[in-house]
Design a binder for this molecule. Structure first.
Ligand code: CO
Length: 396
């Protein structure tokens, strides 16, 4: 079997996605992939167009070999752009292999270790009562784990917005850590009083704190028995993890912006974290995410795969396939896509009562309608910019 064509599809049915189709010389057999990278979609698409000629003529069944070919082709290795492009190719090859074998990808990875994948979703509000109501709605839907945020960007630390510098660019948030640090323990005090102790609750810091601030927060939240504290530090603060770890028994989760096994390994080996938030999309695909989860296993690190809406339907299906088979599963983040996405993409994973069951269709079970995708052209979108009250870019 040979790869005959590679097609990159950038579309915005409610939000931007980068999809990929890899065609073979077997009539009708092609694989669907995804390389969405929030805010940088056109850059990944260009990387894929650049890499595509390397793939033509190769045997798509040789997934491991093509992974290393793509990883090493540029001399410059790694980083989020190449990791997302590499994932797009890797997903499409697993999809082809599944279609060829007439089996869903989770079967190729070893078969189910659980019937379905437990998900969490997001409770939020402008005050603690709104967050409580939002959490109750999720609990009524069946969710066993709920992320809890209050105020803009998860805490009361955002004091206002600077208007955009030029049309089409984002406003800048004004953030201060003290109101944020005061608001989060107060939120959990309220939620535990109102919702009880059994529901699993947690909070996402979005890497907004310095190491000693994060240590203080983890310590103050210990009494509220969090499922985990998410992204308390930037991954770069490697030397500060022991300070945070020693401060409390609050379980720690990180990894949604980690793109390599080399950044995961010290977190595992030093027992600094309890949950790893990688997902196949941003570490180079299923081939690599599976290896990272195997590396995590002897260190008792469980998965908490990032699954915000920028982890599009193909990438989410790949996450669910892997989450179904790994023994060290923790939880899967779940967000519904904009309605138009369901118009362009078929086979999207369905969440029922807080759980997702992987698709039984061959491969990843997803297809992209290219004509419909073309009706939703790319729209430039940005990530939040954050400054301190005195005008300094927020450095943490
Ligand atoms: Co996060």
């Amino acid at each position: 079997m040979r790869i005959t064509d590679v097609k990159v599809i950038v579309t915005c049915p409610g939000r931007n996605y980068v999809f990929l189709k890899i065609y073979t010389d077997v009539p009708g057999l092609y694989g669907v992939g995804e390389g969405t990278l929030n805010g940088s979609e056109p850059v990944v698409a260009e990387a894929l167009r650049h890499i595509a000629p390397l793939l033509i003529g190769r045997d798509p069944q040789r997934i491991e070999d093509i992974w290393h070919l793509v990883y090493r082709h540029a001399y410059w290795r790694g980083g989020p752009i190449f990791a997302a492009a590499q994932a797009a190719i890797d997903f499409a090859l697993w999809d082809i292999k599944g279609k060829q074998a007439n089996l869903p990808v989770y079967q190729l990875l070893g078969g189910k270790a659980r019937d379905s994948v437990m998900c969490y979703s997001h409770a939020f509000g402008k005050d603690v009562v709104e967050t409580e109501d939002s959490a109750r709605q999720l609990m009524e839907q069946g969710f066993k784990v709920v992320r809890c945020q209050v105020g803009v960007y998860g805490g009361a630390g955002v004091l206002g917005l600077n208007p955009p510098m030029s049309p089409g660019t984002p406003p800048e948030q004004i953030y201060e850590p003290t109101p944020y640090l005061l608001s989060v323990p107060a939120m959990f005090k309220h939620l535990r009083e109102k919702l009880g102790n059994e529901i699993e609750l947690f909070h996402d810091v979005h890497e907004q704190l310095s190491p000693i601030e994060a240590a203080r927060l983890a310590k103050e939240l210990e009494q509220y028995r969090l499922f985990f504290l998410e992204d308390p530090l930037m991954p770069e603060h490697r030397e500060s993890w022991p300070i945070l770890r020693a401060a409390s028994t609050t379980p720690l989760a990180i990894g949604e912006i980690i793109t390599s096994r080399w950044d995961c390994l010290p977190l595992f080996q030093n027992h600094w974290i309890d949950f790893i938030r990688i997902k196949p999309l941003h570490v180079g695909g299923l081939t690599e995410a599976r290896k990272i989860m195997i590396m995590a296993e002897p260190y008792n690190v469980r998965s908490a795969f990032h699954g915000a809406a920028d982890i599009g339907p193909v990438a989410q299906a790949a996450s669910v396939a892997l989450q179904s088979v790994i023994p060290n599963f923790g939880v899967q983040e779940w967000t519904r896509y904009p309605d138009a996405t369901y118009d362009v993409v078929s086979g999207t994973c369905e969440m029922k009562s807080g759980f997702i069951t992987p698709s039984e269709k061959p491969g990843l079970g997803i297809d992209i309608d290219e004509e419909k995708a073309a009706a939703y052209p790319y729209k430039q979108a940005w990530m939040p910019l954050v400054r301190r009250a005195d005008g300094t870019m927020h450095v943490y």
